[in-house]
Ligand binder design. Sequence first.
Ligand code: SF4
Length: 221
Amino acid sequence: MSWHHRISPSAADRWMACPGSPNLLDTVPRRPSGPAALEGTRAHAIRERMLTGQVITIMNDGEEAYAMSLLLKRGVNYLLGLGGQRLIEHRFSLDPWIPGGSGTSDAVVHRGAATLVNDLKYGVQPVQAKDNKQLMIYALGAMRPGTRTVTLQIDAPRAVSSQHSISREDLLDFGSTVARAAIATESKDAPRIAGDKQCQWCDARTVCPEYATTLMTGFDS
Ligand code: SF4
């Protein structure tokens, strides 16, 4: 089983809080992507094309793609206007924190000692940049030796965009926590710890004894 399946940055809220979840997930079929996830994938593809200079038209790309491009335009123009070194859909090694791991960030901009990690969330639910584990893990991979501050930024054209800045030192402290959590998932006896956030999107809920218990007693946190 690849690391990507077991402990991906996008699932960090789950496996960092519930180290036993990857083992249990190995025993259940994965849920196919729903309509919202598929729509998000299409929006990411349109945005990537826009960020690399392509023009989306109704004639060539269809009505849905064009409508998406109108929604995405503001965030795209913001990124294109920043200057600095821009990396689009760039894959970073996460090996110091997640052995053998890597992550692909939607957009990263380096400007001197400042790095911006930008992520599109196309859903209608607000997502906070502050304490966002997925973005913080991307930031660990994106930081350059001279980076002093990283701004985590959620571009949410259908909800509320959000950003939060974090120092290199605080990110590296978080990286130590990630590394400990990643190691903890490797034990065959890794504990399962139920909680609102980690269980919300876990595909193992139907077979998980700890989750079943919470249905009767409620979550501790
Ligand atoms: S349902 Fe909750 S407690 Fe059970 S494995 Fe998933 S995250 Fe862990």
